[in-house]
Design a protein around this ligand. Sequence first.
Ligand code: C2E
Ligand code: MG
Ligand code: MG
Ligand code: MG
Length: 288
Amino acid sequence: YAAKSAREGVHVYVPDPHGGSGDRLRTMEELRTALDGDELLVHLQPQVGFADGRVVGVEALVRWQHPVRGLLSPADLLPAAEQAGLLRPLADTVLELALTAAELWWGTDPVPVSVNLSAANVNDVDLPGKVAAALDRHGLPADALTLELVEDTLMADPERGRQILGELRRLGVRTSIDDYGTGYSSLAYLRHLPADELKLDRSLTADVVGDRRAAAIVRHTVALAHDLGLRLVVEGVEDAASCAALARLGCDVAQGYAIARPMPVPDFLRWLASPEHPLLDPERLVRR
Ligand code: C2E
Ligand code: MG
Ligand code: MG
Ligand code: MG
């Protein structure tokens, strides 16, 4: 085995002959190092209005440029971060990366950046203070930031979910309920959640072309969101036909491969300077 000291003390690696847990330990240890260095980055994915194709937001999605394994996605790093108790420092880092990027365009294009939070952040009493301090450091107003929370995270402790959303909103930060429609959220709780937008999960919109039941669910969720004063964002819009269908169903904002893939910051800056996507060019939307 090898032993190595780190900020939080000494960690001992025990090679696992069966694979698995040894790899996991190594990943957790490497993630600690990554958080102290510059191996973490964000890719940015635009969000555009269905009505006019204008860019109304951009989501920051964490990536890990691992020295050996290459570019890793959240699915590869979030479980390790959770097991290592690193979800809070991870959120600090992603917030920092997202706001550093937003500073590059905010002066010319006031497009807010969305950052994903996890349960560990919801339970962090320092979160609102940290968010306010970060915005301050970057000279950005609160409405330059949207914070996304998946509904299950909010529902684990609905009272706490409501409290944290309220505190963030009082700062002036926008709040978004992510992956809406997949978890345990009940309409009773939705009634009390201070949020600005619902992000309808991809699983609910993927079959919207040609599946009347899928379309019915979207149509009714749109009506619910609007009656509650929320904006409805659809994620994972993959093709022009779905784009057209979701626009007809009254959705407000589109995000997905049909608009643009998540991309490195410099690529996003170029894209933002001259956006190109099917909603700006109705000819490219397949008519049905
Ligand atoms: P999410 O917040 O629902 O983000 C959307 C995911 O769908 C992203 O995956 C994005 O790359 C992917 N996506 C976008 N458009 C399309 C499409 O048209 N089709 C399909 N099939 N997928 C699309 P990604 O980047 O792998 O992130 C996965 C999840 O990891 C995110 O889901 C979010 O819950 C979480 N995540 C990402 N970044 C962070 C972070 O910084 N902190 C935390 N706590 N969670 C994060
Ligand atoms: Mg999200
Ligand atoms: Mg989502
Ligand atoms: Mg999702």
